[in-house]
Design a protein around this ligand. Structure first.
Ligand code: BGC
Length: 759
C-alpha cells in the first residue's frame, strides 16, 4: 500500500475534530525562512519585533480596491491593516495609496501587484506564442521591457510567469504558459524571472516575479477551468514541478498557490506541496500568495468546514498572503487565541513578505516618479522588441509549392475575416494596460496595407466572425470579395476572450461558420492563405489537407499586423516552432509527444492491424507535432556523432550533428535534442526533450551543432518522488521536431568508474 507523505498525515491529524489541542509544529523537512542572519534578516527581525499582531496580519492581506472603496482602503492602510493591493496601477494612483502607508505607525510600504503577463502597455505575444521562439534571451529582454513599464507605474510585483505545464488544449489557460513540455518550461520560464527581476531587485526597473499557479493547475480534468486534478507523485515531480523548481533556482521571489485540488488536497491548503516541497526541499525563501480567494475557497472544495478553518489550513500549508478574501484578517486573531495557529507561523509568513519589500528597495523609495511614467512606456525601443518577438513567435504550418512569401507587387489582395481588422484581439486575454495603448496596435489589415506596393488594391470583408448565427449571405459576400482578388488572406480563429482564464472549450474546431466560409472561398478557385489567430491548438484537419498555406500567428500583441505582414511578404523568414501538439481531433486529447510506452504499440509495418494501441477511425499521430515549424528555406540534418558510446552517472557525452541551410534564404533553425530511456524501473516517455539550440544559417551555410549531454539529464523521478539515474541503453535524436527520425543513435549509461570508461 502506498502511504501518503508526512505532510498529508500531519494535515489529517491536525484536522480530526477533537485532536487539535495545540498549534501544529512546522511539518518535517520545512526550513523556516530565518536560515542565517544576513544584514537583510537583521532589518526584517528589527521591524518584526516592533510590529503588533494586527500589523503583522495586515502584511498577510492583499486587497483589490473595488470602485469607490478607495478611501476605506486608504484609512485601513494607514492603520497598518493592509500590506498589498492588486490592480492599483499608475504612478499617481499607487502613490496616493502609498501615502496612506507612509502615514501608518511603522511606515511599511505597500506592494502593488498586477497581472503584467506579456506586457504592460507595449503588449508582447501571449506566452504560448512567445515560447514558440524557443529564444530565452529574447523572452528575457521582452519581459524586462514589461517590468520597466510597470515599475514606472508604481507596480513592483507581477503575477507572472504562469509556468503551468498543460497538455489540455480545451483549457483556455494553455495560452498563458510554455505549453506541454516540462524541460522546455524549465528553460524558458526562468528567462522571464530574470527579465522581470533584473540583476538586482532594488533597481527601479525591476519587479518581483510570481511563478504560478502552484501546482498542477494545467492538468484540470477534462480541460474544465478550476477543475480537480489527480496525479501520481511521479507525474507531479516529472511534469508539473520542473518549471517551478527552475524558477525557484532562478531566484523567483514569490509563488502563487493555485485554485485546483491535487489528489484530494486543494493546493492552497497543501502542506506537502508548499511546506514540504517548496519551502522544504527547494528552500524557497520568498513568499506564497494565494490565487484570488483560493484560501477562502477551501470551504467550497469541501476541505474546510468554514472560513476560519480555511484560514487555519491556508497558514499551516504555508500560504503567506491571502488575495482579496480577508479570511486571514477576519480569523487569525481567534485562531491564535485558540492555539490553532502559532505566532511562529505568523512570523514566518510576515518575515517572508517583509524580506521581499526590503529587497525591492521599497522602504527607501516607496513612491513612483510620476513625471517619468509616460516616457517609460511604448518607446520606439520597446516597440522594436515587441516586433522582433512577434516575428519570431509566428509558426509556419504549411506552405505548399512555396506559395509564401507573396510578392508585394500583387495586383489585388483580399483580406477576409473581422479578426484582421481587430485591435483588441491581437492583444490576447491578458492585455494589461493595452486598452490605453490600443490605438498603437497594428492590425493584420493595416500591416498588409503598409507592406504592399502603392499599386496593389487591398479589399476587405469581415466575413462570418466567430458567431454560429452568421447567414449564408455573409459567406456569399466574403466569397464575392475574395473572387475579385488574385489571392485571399483569410484570418480565422478565436476572439481573445475565447482563451485565457475561464475560457475552456469543448471543441477545438474553428468557432462558428468560419470553416464553411473558408471552404466556400477555396471552392471559388482563388488561392487561399490561412492566418490562424487563436490562443490554443485548434483542430483543422480539412484546412491542413486543402489550404496550401497556413500560418499560426497566435495573438502577437501591439505589433501583430506588422510582424504578420513582414512574414507574408518575406521580409522575415519564419522560425517559430510549436510548443504544443496540434491534434487532428478532440478525441485524441490528451495528445503530446512525450507519451508513455504501451504494451501494444502500433506496428509501423501494419498500422491498421487491430489489437494495438490505436484508434479505428484516426491515426495516432497529431496534425502538427510538438517542435514543428516550417521556414521559407529548407534545412538538412546529417552526420550525427556521439563522443562516446558509454558514460557513467557522473559523465557526459557530446552529441553533434551538421545542419545545412539548403534553400535560398537566410534563416534561424531550432535544432532539438531528444532522448529515450529504453528500459527503466519505471516506464519512461517514448521521447524527452533535453536541450535545443537556435542557430542562424545563411543560405547554403552548414554548421556543426553541438550539445553536451550530462548523465544528470538522463534521470527520472521514481514512484516516491526521488530523482534517480539508472544504467541502461538510451536512444538519442537530433532533429527539427519531436517526430523527426532522420538522425538517431544510442549509447549506454553504465555503472562504471570514469577511468574504466575511457579505455
Ligand atoms: C488568476 C490569476 C491572477 C489573479 C489576479 C486569478 O483569477 O487565476 O492568474 O493572477 O486572478 O488577477
Amino acid at each position: 500500500m502506498k502511504l501518503p507523505f508526512p505532510g498529508v498525515w500531519l494535515a489529517i491529524f491536525c484536522f480530526i475534530p477533537g485532536f487539535v489541542i495545540s498549534a501544529p509544529p512546522f511539518p518535517p523537512k520545512t526550513v523556516p525562512v530565518l536560515i542565517k542572519k544576513s544584514p537583510l534578516d537583521a532589518k526584517v527581525e528589527t521591524l518584526l519585533k516592533k510590529m503588533t499582531l494586527e500589523e503583522k496580519i495586515g502584511q498577510m492581506c492583499q486587497f483589490h480596491p473595488w470602485r469607490g472603496a478607495d478611501e476605506k482602503f486608504k484609512s485601513q492602510t494607514a492603520e497598518g491593516k493592509i500590506g498589498s493591493f492588486l490592480n492599483v496601477f499608475g504612478a499617481k494612483e499607487t502613490n496616493a495609496f502609498q501615502k496612506a502607508a507612509m502615514n501608518s505607525r511603522l511606515k511599511i510600504p505597500l506592494l502593488f501587484g498586477l497581472d503584467v503577463i506579456h506586457g504592460y502597455k507595449t503588449i508582447f505575444p501571449i506566452p504560448v506564442a512567445e515560447d514558440c521562439t524557443w529564444n530565452p534571451d529574447l523572452i528575457e529582454r521582452s519581459t524586462a521591457v514589461a517590468a520597466k513599464e510597470a515599475a514606472a507605474a508604481g507596480v513592483r510585483w507581477t503575477f507572472a510567469p504562469m509556468v503551468d505545464v498543460s497538455r489540455e488544449p480545451r483549457w483556455g489557460r494553455i495560452s498563458e504558459g510554455s505549453g506541454e513540455d516540462p524541460a522546455l518550461g524549465a528553460i524558458l520560464q526562468p528567462a522571464r524571472v530574470r527579465g522581470f527581476q533584473g540583476k538586482n531587485l532594488s533597481d527601479p526597473g525591476s519587479i518581483a516575479a510570481c511563478a504560478k499557479h502552484y501546482v498542477g493547475y494545467g492538468a484540470a480534468e477534462a480541460g474544465r477551468e478550476y477543475n480537480t486534478t489527480d496525479m501520481s507523485e511521479m507525474t507531479l515531480r516529472s511534469i508539473h514541478l520542473p518549471p517551478f523548481k527552475a524558477c525557484v533556482e532562478a531566484g523567483v521571489r514569490t509563488l502563487m498557490s493555485a485554485f485546483n485540488d491535487l489528489n484530494g488536497i486543494p493546493t492552497s491548503g497543501n502542506v506537502h506541496t508548499i511546506r514540504e516541497i517548496l519551502k522544504g526541499e527547494y528552500a524557497f525563501k520568498g513568499f506564497v500568495v494565494s490565487d484570488w480567494a483560493s484560501v477562502e475557497q477551501l470551504v467550497d472544495h469541501g476541505y474546510a468546514a468554514d472560513k476560519k478553518e480555511a484560514a487555519q489550513k491556508g497558514v499551516i500549508a504555508g500560504v503567506d498572503m491571502d488575495m482579496v478574501s480577508n479570511v486571514y484578517g477576519d480569523n487569525i486573531p481567534a485562531l491564535l487565541k485558540e492555539k490553532k495557529l502559532s505566532m511562529g507561523q505568523i512570523d514566518d509568513a510576515v518575515r517572508r513578505i517583509l524580506r521581499v519589500k526590503f529587497e525591492l528597495g521599497l522602504f527607501d523609495k516607496p513612491y513612483a516618479e510620476e513625471e517619468k511614467e509616460s516616457a517609460a512606456t511604448l518607446t520606439p525601443e520597446n516597440l522594436a522588441t515587441a516586433l522582433e518577438e512577434a516575428e519570431q513567435s509566428i509558426v509556419l504550418l504549411k506552405n505548399e509549392k512555396n506559395l509564401l512569401p507573396l510578392s508585394r507587387e500583387i495586383k489585388t489582395i483580399a483580406v477576409i475575416g473581422n479578426l484582421a481588422d481587430s485591435k483588441r484581439d491581437p492583444q490576447g486575454s491578458w492585455n494589461c494596460r493595452g486598452e490605453e495603448s490600443i490605438d498603437k496596435v497594428v492590425t493584420v489589415l493595416d500591416g498588409i496595407k503598409a507592406r504592399v506596393s502603392k499599386e496593389t488594391k487591398v479589399l476587405y470583408n469581415p466575413g462570418v466572425g466567430t458567431s454560429s448565427s452568421a447567414t449564408d449571405l455573409v459567406i456569399n459576400e466574403a466569397v464575392k470579395t475574395a473572387k475579385q482578388a488574385q489571392m485571399a488572406i483569410v484570418v480565422a480563429g478565436e476572439t481573445q476572450d475565447m482563451s485565457g482564464e475561464a475560457a475552456s472549450r469543448t471543441t477545438l474546431d474553428l468557432p462558428g461558420r468560419q470553416e464553411e466560409m473558408i471552404k466556400a472561398i477555396k471552392a471559388s478557385g482563388v488561392p487561399v492563405v490561412l492566418l490562424l489567430m487563436n490562443g490554443r491548438p485548434l483542430t483543422i484537419p480539412w484546412e491542413a489537407e486543402n489550404i496550401p498555406a497556413i500560418v499560426e500567428t497566435w495573438y502577437l500583441g501591439t505589433q501583430h499586423g506588422t510582424a504578420v505582414a513582414n512574414v507574408l511578404f518575406g521580409d522575415t523568414n519564419p522560425s517559430g516552432k510549436l510548443v504544443v501538439t496540434f491534434p487532428r481531433s478532440l478525441g485524441q486529447v490528451p495528445i503530446y509527444y512525450g507519451q508513455m510506452h504501451t504494451g501494444r504499440p502500433v506496428d509501423e509495418a501494419k498500422p491498421n492491424e487491430k489489437w494495438h494501441s490505436r484508434y479505428i477511425d484516426s491515426p495516432n499521430s497529431p496534425q502538427f507535432p510538438f517542435g514543428f515549424g516550417l521556414s521559407f528555406t529548407s534545412y538538412s540534418y546529417s552526420n550525427l556523432r556521439l563522443s562516446s558510446r558509454t558514460l557513467n552517472s557522473k559523465g557526459q557525452i557530446k552529441v553533434t550533428a551538421d545542419v545545412k541551410n539548403t534553400g535560398a534564404m537566410d534563416g534561424f533553425e531550432i535544432v532539438q535534442l531528444y532522448i529515450q530511456d529504453i528500459a527503466a524501473s519505471i516506464t519512461q516517455p517514448v521521447r524527452k526533450l533535453v536541450d535545443f539550440k537556435r542557430v542562424t544559417l545563411r543560405a547554403g551555410e552548414s554548421q556543426m551543432v553541438e550539445f553536451n549531454l550530462p548523465a544528470s539529464k538522463l534521470g527520472f523521478y521514481n514512484g516516491i518522488g526521488k530523482y534517480v539515474i539508472e544504467p541502461g541503453k538510451f536512444n538519442v535524436w537530433v532533429g527539427k521536431d519531436s517526430s523527426d527520425e532522420t538522425l538517431k543513435d544510442s549509447f549506454d549509461l553504465i555503472n562504471a568508474p570514469a577511468a574504466l570508461l575511457k579505455k
